[in-house]
Design a binder for this molecule. Structure first.
Ligand code: SAM
Length: 303
């Protein structure tokens, strides 16, 4: 883009249009903020942030920084997961007095794996207006660039941190046919890839959407059998923010999975976890490590 083209963006009529719209008072504005690239914010959201009396936010330092990037300065009210109910009372009193208040989280859409839902619930219950300002969400951003063709998606969000609970949850998702969407912390991404393969088998497609909209953005798609190796191939891949998308179950994969489980279960009844995994790998052609992980889980489930 030339300098002339970029300066013409500032004079586009749509820029002025945001200012001409109705922004009712006594309203809570739920404002999505960027997930990385600071310019991923809507014109209407920016306009609301210039208008509001205060911004309720997950972390005042992060939001202060964001507001500075936008050239704005507003009173901030801390509204995090530990004080949502109490803050809701404060916000309701201010809204009843006719104020406009914005609710934001650290990044993306409030109440999506972020605080905000309890505040919205309380404000609505008080009969006050809640107006959403749509924008970035890591889940939808990843889905849009994944190339996974499926009309349905199932938002799982963060998996439990403890391995046993995580594996139980993954087992409960094995027959979901929609694309599954996970949020995962960087220090758990490798374990997550191994656990996904143990639970869903080697053939399902997985997409790692890392550092979306940021300088080192990567969107990688591969079968689960190659996932751990892809992460391990570059030390940077255990850093940054991740959305993990998993292809939903198909009837053929379901049948294959059931057969591998059946073989493993029979072998587990006859020999050690290690031997069962080794024999099952020879029979099914699958990776011994993933079968070993799954065999351990099966032993645990049976205990
Ligand atoms: N409310 C946010 C949304 O609408 O997407 C999600 C907040 S949640 C606390 C943070 C998680 O979202 C991260 O751990 C990561 O899984 C995902 N995430 C946020 N920003 C991301 C980015 N730029 N690239 C990849 N994943 C991201």
């Amino acid at each position: 883009m030339t300098a002339q083209e970029s300066s013409s963006i500032a004079t586009l009529p749509v820029m002025a249009e945001a200012a001409l719209q109705a922004y009712p008072s006594a309203t809570l504005y739920v404002v999505a903020t960027p997930i990385g690239n600071v310019t991923d914010i809507s014109l209407r959201a920016l306009h609301v942030l210039t208008l509001v009396n205060a911004v309720a936010c997950e972390d005042t330092r992060n939001t202060a920084h964001l507001m500075t990037r936008f050239g704005l300065n507003k009173p901030l009210i801390a509204a995090h997961q530990h004080n949502e109910r109490e803050v809701a009372e404060v916000l309701i009193a201010r809204l009843l007095a006719g104020e406009r208040i914005a609710l934001v989280s650290d990044a993306g859409t409030p109440a999506v794996s972020d605080p905000g839902a309890r505040i919205v619930d309380a404000v609505r219950a008080a009969g006050l207006r809640v107006l959403p300002l749509p924008g970035a969400s890591a889940a939808v951003t990843a889905l849009s660039a994944s190339g996974l063709v499926n009309d349905q998606f199932y938002f799982v969000g963060f998996l439990p941190a403890k391995a046993k609970q995580r594996d139980n949850m993954l087992q409960s998702l094995r027959t979901v046919s929609a694309t599954m969407v996970f949020y995962e912390a960087p220090h758990r991404i490798l374990d997550c890839a191994v656990a996904l393969e143990a639970a869903f088998g080697p053939a399902r497609q997985v997409v790692f959407a890392r550092e979306l909209t940021k300088m080192f953005e990567e969107i990688h798609r591969c079968p689960l059998s190659e996932a751990a190796a892809w992460i391990g191939a570059d030390p940077h891949r255990e850093k940054g923010e991740f959305v993990v998308l998993l292809e939903g179950a198909t009837a053929a994969q379901d049948a294959e999975e059931a057969e591998a489980e059946r073989i493993l279960a029979i072998l587990l009844g006859e020999c050690s976890v290690k031997q069962a995994a080794s024999l099952a790998a020879q029979i099914t052609g699958r990776k011994k490590n993933a079968l070993y992980e799954r065999a351990l889980q099966m032993k645990d489930e049976a205990a």
